[in-house]
Write a protein that binds this ligand. Structure first.
Ligand SMILES: Nc1ncnc2c1ncn2[C@@H]1O[C@H](COP(=O)(O)OP(=O)(O)OP(=O)(O)O)[C@@H](O)[C@H]1O
Length: 233
């Protein structure tokens, strides 16, 4: 499998504070599934922001799709970002737009003609089990429904990498499993998936997932497949 993401000795410092991330080196293989764990404040969100190009490293190299993200001209950033879907813990849906229009947003922003928007949006609504909720606006949806809209929006552009930052933090355990199942099915179709989570119960649901653990801004033990995570029976 090809390296789709590569971090080389990456450091991140916000302003003049201490380093939030230090000497972070890892690769993500195309088509694999990764969990990123670590205590609150360990730097998970910061690492993911570097990955989806919302943040630039203070030092080191972030390589995406074989290219050094630090030397990409600004004009190429939107194209790169479209290859990475992002799911946030707090959903970040546009409240005055319907579920349908939230999911359609990435296609419309990318200039896809309106006649080519409806079929993929309907397909996504069905995939996340919300066929009947397309007209609903986010404030009228449950947390699990909102997160499913957010997942549909993140994947409608068929990204090569899906990044999810604590996507199950605001839903009940049954819904968390359901959401994880969506990530798993996407991964089986070939998308590289990385999920940051505190929820150890989820880890053994994807037996072949690779584990990454951040401790105070540094990656812990080398990555491996965690078949018996802490808390698993
Ligand atoms: N924009 C910012 N400016 C300054 N400091 C920041 C900023 N974002 C994060 N930090 C700091 O960086 C450290 C790591 O934060 P980060 O959000 O990456 O951790 P996390 O592992 O995702 O935590 P949590 O699980 O609580 O979301 C924290 O000490 C945080 O206060």
């Amino acid at each position: 499998m090809a390296n789709i993401v590569q971090f080389e000795n990456v450091g991140l410092r916000y302003g003049t504070g201490p380093e939030t991330l230090s000497d972070v080196s890892f690769t993500l293989q195309s088509g694999a599934f990764y969990f990123l764990t670590g205590a609150s404040g360990a730097g998970k969100t910061s690492l993911l922001k570097l990955l989806y190009l919302a943040q630039r490293p203070s030092r080191g190299i972030v390589r995406l799709f074989g290219e050094d993200a630090g030397t990409l001209p600004r004009t190429r950033l939107p194209g790169f970002r479209r290859r990475i879907g992002v799911v946030f813990q707090d959903f970040r849906l546009v409240p005055h737009l319907s579920a349908y229009d939230n999911i359609a947003l990435p296609l419309r922003v990318a200039g896809v003609s309106e006649s080519d928007v409806e079929a993929p949006v309907r397909e996504m609504l069905a995939w996340v089990g919300l066929t009947d909720r397309g007209r609903a606006k986010p404030p009228t949806l449950s947390g699990g429904e909102q997160q499913r809209v957010a997942i549909a929006r993140a994947v409608i552009g068929r990204p090569e990498v899906l990044v999810a930052d604590e996507p199950t933090g605001n839903v009940d355990p049954d819904m968390a499993e359901r959401l994880l199942h969506l990530f798993d099915s996407l991964n089986r179709l070939g998308t590289t998936v990385i999920v940051a989570t505190h929820d150890f119960h989820l880890l053994n649901r994807i037996p072949n997932a690779h584990m990454m653990r951040l401790e105070k801004g540094r990656l812990g033990d080398p990555m491996g497949t965690l078949r018996n995570p802490p808390g698993a029976a």
